[in-house]
Design a protein around this ligand. Structure first.
Ligand SMILES: Cc1cc2nc3c(=O)[nH]c(=O)nc-3n(C[C@H](O)[C@H](O)[C@H](O)COP(=O)(O)OP(=O)(O)OC[C@H]3O[C@@H](n4cnc5c(N)ncnc54)[C@H](O)[C@@H]3O)c2cc1C
Length: 397
């Protein structure tokens, strides 16, 4: 049943509209703004960082392969430095000082833990200094399509319902919301997500990250004798409003239980920060022009836009094909972050912070050089990425 039809005013126009201000959206906005484009970054929360800040997921997983080689560069590395700026610089792993990864000291991977609030503020400052217009509290709820192009993204915020027109649109919502609204073929995470309840506390151990609900391994990687205890015996798609609300309440109850349990040992323990966005790992991804598989490690891709490693084990390196970021079904739409085109088993590798930054940067550059992603000048895209310090192929390391 349709209740009423609303005429939606166009309130803004830009070259590149980035939907979602997590690591992917931050990277994409930076990259596009640095190409001289007018960029608007739309974010439903009132802070940047997405899962990494509002979701309290504050471990910047490795930029290296675990064998002494850095594989992710450019904005992925820039944001790692930003995340430990202002007092946490000593968290920089010593063996990675001056970018010299030493094979003899490879037990420490090139990763850091950071403060979520500080990162949210510092990344906001950075984007503002690059001329990005940030629009907080604004939910993308629909798209206006014309001849396989997104003409405008419909948003809702305190001012009501409006439309933003853009030449290119980057879907960095983590959930492929924009692709889904636009009718682009997407796939959901069949296995479903386990409950997570990460939170910070203060007590005898100081300021501490409590990681309740550690991640689950993909179904096709579970051996016969696999068993793991989860917080609750239920799985979540992350794509249903009511389910997300239930999930959040279960997550809060798990934190309370944990605090009550820990109070028996430390009577002064208190939660200090709980997530203000649902802690959901994998939801919906685009079916792009190429789908990257976890068996494609060390494979050369002509259209690589950068490399990522496997945060779970040492050794694997993946070149990321540009074709995993778009579908020819929608000409001016590109995706970045945890909703790119990968298999379910590759998803667990690609969904983490450094990979989101790698795809974000490439999407941002691409969105500033073309308005039809199937027709992108790959050489030009790669040249700009190289100028930005990105190494594209494993044989160039
Ligand atoms: C429990 C848990 C633990 C994790 N642990 C780690 C870890 O230790 N290290 C690591 O590197 N990664 C970890 N991850 C994964 C990682 O944090 C995320 O996958 C990554 O940060 C995703 O970045 P993103 O920018 O693609 O998406 P998100 O961070 O989800 O950002 C998407 C942004 O878009 C906004 N948005 C969504 N929909 C809309 C809309 N319709 N309109 C407007 N705005 C919208 C959201 O508010 C959000 O800010 C973990 C994830 C979870 C859930």
């Amino acid at each position: 049943m349709i209740v009423e039809k609303i005429n939606t005013p166009v309130t803004k126009e830009c070259d590149v509209l980035v939907c979602g201000g997590g690591f992917a959206g931050i990277s994409a906005s930076l990259a596009a703004a640095r190409q001289g484009k007018k960029v608007i970054l739309l974010e439903k929360m009132f802070m940047l960082g997405g899962l990494a800040t509002a979701g309290i997921v504050t471990i910047y997983l490795p930029l290296c392969d675990g064998l002494g080689r850095q594989v992710s560069f450019g904005i992925a590395e820039e944001l790692l430095h930003l995340s430990i700026k202002m007092g946490a610089e000593d968290k920089y792993p010593e063996n990675w000082l001056d970018n010299i990864g030493s094979k003899t000291d490879n037990d420490k991977r090139f990763e850091v833990q950071f403060n979520p609030q500080l990162f949210a503020i510092l990344s906001e400052q950075l984007l503002l200094s690059e001329g990005v217009e940030i629009l907080y509290g604004s939910y993308a709820v629909a798209t206006d399509i014309n001849e396989q192009r997104i003409n405008a993204v419909i948003i809702e915020n305190k001012s009501g319902r409006q439309a933003i027109k853009a030449t290119t649109v980057i879907d960095a919502t983590g959930d492929c919301d924009i692709a889904n609204f636009s009718g682009v073929t997407c796939e959901c995470f069949k296995q479903g997500n386990v409950l997570a309840a990460w939170y910070y506390s203060t007590g005898e151990d100081g300021y501490k990250l409590n990681m309740l609900g550690f991640c689950d391994i993909p179904d096709d990687q579970k051996g016969e004798n696999y068993s793991q205890t989860h917080l609750v015996n239920r799985r979540f798609t992350g794509l249903d409003g009511e389910e997300l609300s239930d999930m959040t309440q279960l997550s809060h109850a798990s934190i309370l239980n944990d605090i009550i349990k820990k109070r028996k040992i430390d009577e002064n323990i208190f939660p200090t920060t709980i997530a203000t966005t649902p802690q959901i790992r994998m939801t919906r991804k685009i079916v792009g022009e190429y789908t990257l598989h976890d068996t494609e490690q060390h494979k050369y891709f002509e259209d690589s836009i950068g490399m990522v490693s496997d945060w779970r084990k040492r050794g694997p390196v993946y070149e990321v094909p540009f074709r995993t970021l778009y579908s020819s079904e929608m000409k001016n739409l590109i995706v970045a972050g945890r909703c790119t085109s990968v298999t379910d088993s590759m998803w667990d590798i690609m969904r983490v912070i450094p990979c989101c930054a790698v795809t974000g940067e490439a999407a941002g550059v691409a969105a500033s050089i073309t308005d039809d992603f199937s027709q992108t000048d790959i050489v030009m895209l790669q040249d700009i990425l190289r100028q930005n310090g990105v190494i594209l192929h494993e044989n160039e390391l």
